[in-house]
Design a protein around this ligand. Structure first.
Ligand code: FE2
Ligand code: FE2
Length: 407
């Protein structure tokens, strides 16, 4: 973050927070060192961070200019993708009948917390001078959970459109067949998150500016593999990490079941991304093109690590009473958000390695960013959704046993 932000503390609260917001947006551009990456992300950054296109309350139109790739021979060209297509057909589920929608959900019921109290460091909030009573703590958790779920929903809309574009643009015919199932999956995900927010939370937050930047960037990029990298590897990896963290931590049975179903679909999506990109990056792209993807992925990883700060929750709860920069510090130290980042990168980094975007030239940067510890994990083509759920359940079981033993 820019040193100049130290100066903003002398400004009145509203002006100080506005200056902090612009300086933070500016620092996104200044931190990008590769000019090609800046050219790819810059215009989206302008639309998302400065013009706030996602928050105007009107539909957003993003121009998309990719080439639809037709093949009149209908080849069987990718057996592993074909297998994934078969698994995807068998794994379809009906959102109306597969989930217990009649579950009554009270977002502020401490007996069935949406997220555990430990997800947030309330002692830290009170040390900043904001002591919340138990009722307010529940309401804060409700706000934060709804914010996270709203970002899931907005990400799913991006995934739905990206899956449709990628299905047109990809050159593997078996990939197109598989892609059609992903379009259906993402449509269902939009439906279930939207319905959950509408019927059970009665609340929705606007799209986070940084998420808008990533979606805008990959929708408007004409190169199919950039869409793939952005959506199937980065955003889906992020989503899978976030879904997994929430699945493990929520006590609300409908949400837990909903996430379980979605995680199993998402595991296939990331698997497909790894299959398609490994082939393309290692066999088709030139070294210079590969390097550009490698740098782009690193910058987007940083964007995702540093910038999902739930400012929309800040605006609702503390704007004008707490400096925006203090909130940022608080969120980055929030135990639940730390866990979320850890799970997200443990999924993402092995996939980047597997598709050929972790060459020795970029590894020191990941090391410097503290992300290399995840390098040797299993990539998505080795993990099924069922396996992932089993691992998450086992980990939760161990954590519960530790809590009981401590009590
Ligand atoms: Fe999805
Ligand atoms: Fe997905």
């Amino acid at each position: 973050m820019l040193q100049a932000q130290n100066l903003t503390r002398f400004l009145p609260a509203a002006l100080r927070d506005r200056a902090d917001e612009y300086l933070e947006a500016l620092s996104v551009f200044l931190e990008i060192r590769d000019p090609r990456v800046l050219a790819a992300l810059g215009p989206s950054g302008l639309r998302g961070l400065l013009l706030k296109r996602g928050k105007q309350g009107v539909p957003t139109r993003i121009p998309a200019t990719h080439k639809a790739h037709f093949d009149w021979q209908y080849p069987s060209d990718q057996p592993e993708m074909r297998l994934l297509y078969t698994r995807a057909k068998q794994g379809q589920w009906d959102s109306d009948t597969s989930l217990p929608w009649d579950t009554s959900v009270d977002p502020e019921n401490p007996e069935v917390p949406l997220l555990p109290r430990e997800f947030v460091d309330f002692d830290n909030i009170s040390s900043l001078g904001f002591r919340l009573n138990p009722k307010e703590e529940q309401q804060f958790i409700y706000s934060l959970t709804t914010w996270i779920l709203s970002q899931f929903l907005h990400g799913e809309q991006g995934a739905l459109f990206a899956a449709a574009q990628v299905t047109e643009a990809v050159q593997f015919f078996d990939g197109k067949l598989y892609g059609s199932t992903q379009v259906m999956d993402e449509g269902r995900h939009v439906e279930v998150f939207s319905r959950y927010l509408d019927e059970k939370m009665n609340k929705m937050y606007q799209i986070n500016d940084n998420l808008f930047v990533i979606i805008d960037s990959l929708m408007s990029d004409s190169r199919w593999d950039m869409k793939f990298l952005g959506m199937q590897i980065m955003v889906e990896g992020l989503a899978l990490g976030a879904f997994s963290t929430m699945y493990q931590q929520t006590a609300e049975p409908l949400l837990r079941q909903l996430l379980k179903q979605v995680i199993q679909d998402e595991a296939r999506h990331v698997h497909y991304g790894v299959l398609a990109l490994r082939e393309h990056i290692t066999k088709v792209l030139s070294e210079s093109e590969r390097r550009e993807r490698e740098d782009w992925a690193f910058e987007v990883a940083l964007l995702m690590r540093n910038r999902f700060m739930a400012y929309e929750v800040f605006e609702e709860w503390f704007e004008g009473r707490m400096p925006r920069s203090t909130w940022r510090e608080f969120v980055s130290q929030t135990p639940g958000m730390k866990k979320f980042r850890q799970v997200m990168f443990s999924r993402l980094v092995p996939n980047l390695r597997e598709i050929g975007l972790m060459s020795p030239r970029i590894i020191p940067k990941y090391e410097q960013a503290g992300l290399l510890q995840y390098f040797s994990g299993a990539a998505a083509d080795r993990l099924t959704g069922e396996q992932m759920i089993r691992d998450l359940d086992a980990e939760r079981g161990r954590a519960d046993a530790r809590t009981q033993a401590a009590a």
